[in-house]
Design a protein around this ligand. Structure first.
Ligand code: PGA
Length: 260
């Protein structure tokens, strides 16, 4: 059984004060509702500047929620202005790191497979879990090339890792046309690609790894569509943007199973 992983990517929202307030509120709601992190891994991925405050709040309150980072340097340390290293993230208690999010690929030129590979290597080197993001733009889907496109994104990066390394990763399928647009892929659309990702793992890595790797869907997930998407056989989690910014909404998404 794959344990679902539901992650909230705050992107460039919430400063450290707002961020720790939302984190504490979310943790309180989940405690009140007897949420247990044995069933679902709940993760908040704030901007770098809020990680320290959140880690302090988490330590103080016995948190049920893990936290992550939105990017990582390809280097260990040194003269790399503006970068944040794996060692720094690890020291803050970060557990998950996003790599290859479509907004970084598109707006920050962060799409070179060699760089993405180096970032995933850094995440693993420091004992954290990479969430490797993939997904097609609208024109690719319209040409019905979305499956080969996504499988190629996997090949370019995951092709550089051992079976053991891949089995530690989370893969997030996020069709770009569904991110922040209110346009959700139907649960069948999402399942089609997540199943194709698992098939790729099965064919190119091995069947055990394919069974083990957790695959998330992301793109306009909301409290009212989370349960349906999570009901699909190959979807083991959600990567949530906008709807993770408010504690109440995100608590409902984390507890999708209870909302049915
Ligand atoms: P969204 O973002 O939920 O706001 O569509 C998802 C993401 O980019 O991870």
């Amino acid at each position: 059984m794959r344990k679902p992983v539901i992650a909230g990517n705050w992107k460039m929202n919430h400063n450290h004060i707002e961020g720790s307030d939302v984190f504490i509120e979310l943790n309180d709601i989940l405690k009140e509702e007897n949420f247990t992190s044995n069933e679902v891994s709940a993760v908040i991925i704030p901007p770098f500047t809020a990680i320290r405050s959140i880690s302090t709040a988490a330590e103080a309150s016995g948190s049920l929620i893990a936290f992550g980072a939105q990017d990582i340097s390809t280097h260990d340390s040194g003269a790399y202005t503006g970068e944040v290293s794996g060692e720094m993230l690890k020291a803050l208690g970060v557990k998950y790191v996003l790599v290859g999010h479509s907004e970084r690929r598109e707006y920050h030129n962060d799409s070179d497979p060699a760089i993405l590979t180096a970032k995933v290597k850094q995440v693993l080197k420091y004992g954290m879990t990479p969430i490797f993001c993939c997904g097609e733009a609208l024109d690719v889907r319209q040409k019905k090339e979305h499956i080969t496109f996504v499988q190629n994104q996997l090949k370019e990066v995951l092709g550089n890792f051992s079976t053991d390394e891949i089995s530690q990763m989370v893969i997030a399928y996020e069709p770009i046309w569904a991110i922040g647009t209110g346009e959700t892929a139907t649960s069948d659309d999402a399942e089609e690609v997540c199943a194709a990702i698992r098939q790729w793992l099965n064919d190119n890595i091995d069947s055990q790894t394919a069974e083990k790797v957790r695959i998330q869907y992301g793109g306009s997930v909301k409290p009212d569509n989370a349960a349906e998407i999570m009901g699909k056989a190959n979807i083991d989690g959600l990567l949530v943007g906008g709807a993770s910014l408010k504690a109440n909404d995100f608590a409902k998404i984390i507890q999708y199973g209870y909302e049915l």
